[in-house]
Design a binder for this molecule. Structure first.
Ligand code: AP5
Ligand code: ZN
Length: 216
């Protein structure tokens, strides 16, 4: 299964990605996670990406496309993959089409997670992430059993530096301007499926499976 998860910041892409990759046994390719890992490790790529991410702006297309192209060539992507947070511009989507064409491959579905913009800031600001295993929680909607501690691995939970109200607001604006045109782009290619992201996390996942044509 070759899938893209599309949706604004805080829509629940990362949350649903965890379920999808387990069910379909495919690798999770999150460009945001790749950049955060590079920032943590102090690489050149991380240094280039950091300022853009802290401001809630997009990292330049040329940097992103190269990374994804390299990743998709890996052996574990042959049978399928889940792209999360990529593509984010029409330029990136066109570049992805060319990469897949070169590989003799094609997308199956683009899952568009729809959430009212008014809910997104609260979702992102309340998010907490496990330092050790990357599991995502929400202080109100999906709290861990013990505050600040991951249920799965007992790791410490932290808040992303771009999850403050001002930066999230800018990320939503950037999404509307630069990324939302991809909804039409993939609709025209008859790849798009729309999912209501304002339901319980499990119900959103059920709807994704139904839309893909598979049950658990
Ligand atoms: P990235 O890491 O991709 O972040 P994002 O797209 O802004 O998305 P988020 O991770 O904020 O949200 P999500 O939809 O995954 O929500 P989650 O599941 O965590 O990008 C970060 C930055 O990197 C960008 O700003 C940019 O600078 C750069 N970047 C990355 N890719 C790029 C690219 N391709 N090109 C250029 N730049 C790029 O859920 C959010 C919260 O809500 C959680 O707390 C969760 O528990 C809760 N929640 C989830 N589902 C539900 C539900 N159904 N009900 C209630 N609460 C829920
Ligand atoms: Zn953990």
């Amino acid at each position: 299964m070759k899938l893209i998860l599309l949706g604004p910041p805080g829509a629940g892409k990362g949350t649903q990605a965890a379920n999808i990759i387990e069910t379909f046994n495919i690798p999770h390719i999150s460009t945001g996670d790749i950049f955060r890992k590079n920032i943590k490790e102090g690489t050149e790529l991380g240094k280039k990406a950091k300022d853009f991410m802290d401001r809630g702006e997009l990292v330049p297309d040329t940097l992103v496309v190269e990374i994804v192209e390299d990743r998709l060539k890996a052996e574990d992507c042959k049978a399928g993959f889940l792209l999360d947070g990529f593509p984010r511009t029409v330029f990136q989507a066109e570049a992805l089409d060319k990469v897949l064409e070169k590989m003799g491959s094609a997308l199956d579905r683009v899952i568009n997670v729809i959430v009212d913009p008014d809910l997104l800031v609260e979702r992102a600001v309340g998010r907490r992430i496990c330092r050790d295993c990357g599991s995502t929680y929400h202080i109100k909607h999906n709290p861990p059993k013990v505050e600040g501690v991951c249920d799965k691995c007992s790791g410490e939970l932290y808040q992303r530096s771009d999850d403050n109200a001002d930066t999230v607001t800018n990320r939503i604006r950037v999404y509307m301007d630069e990324t939302s045109p991809l909804i039409e782009y993939y609709q025209a290619k008859e790849k798009l499926i729309n999912v209501d992201g304002q339901q319980d996390i499990d119900k959103v996942f059920d709807d994704i499976l139904k839309a893909i044509g598979r049950t658990q």
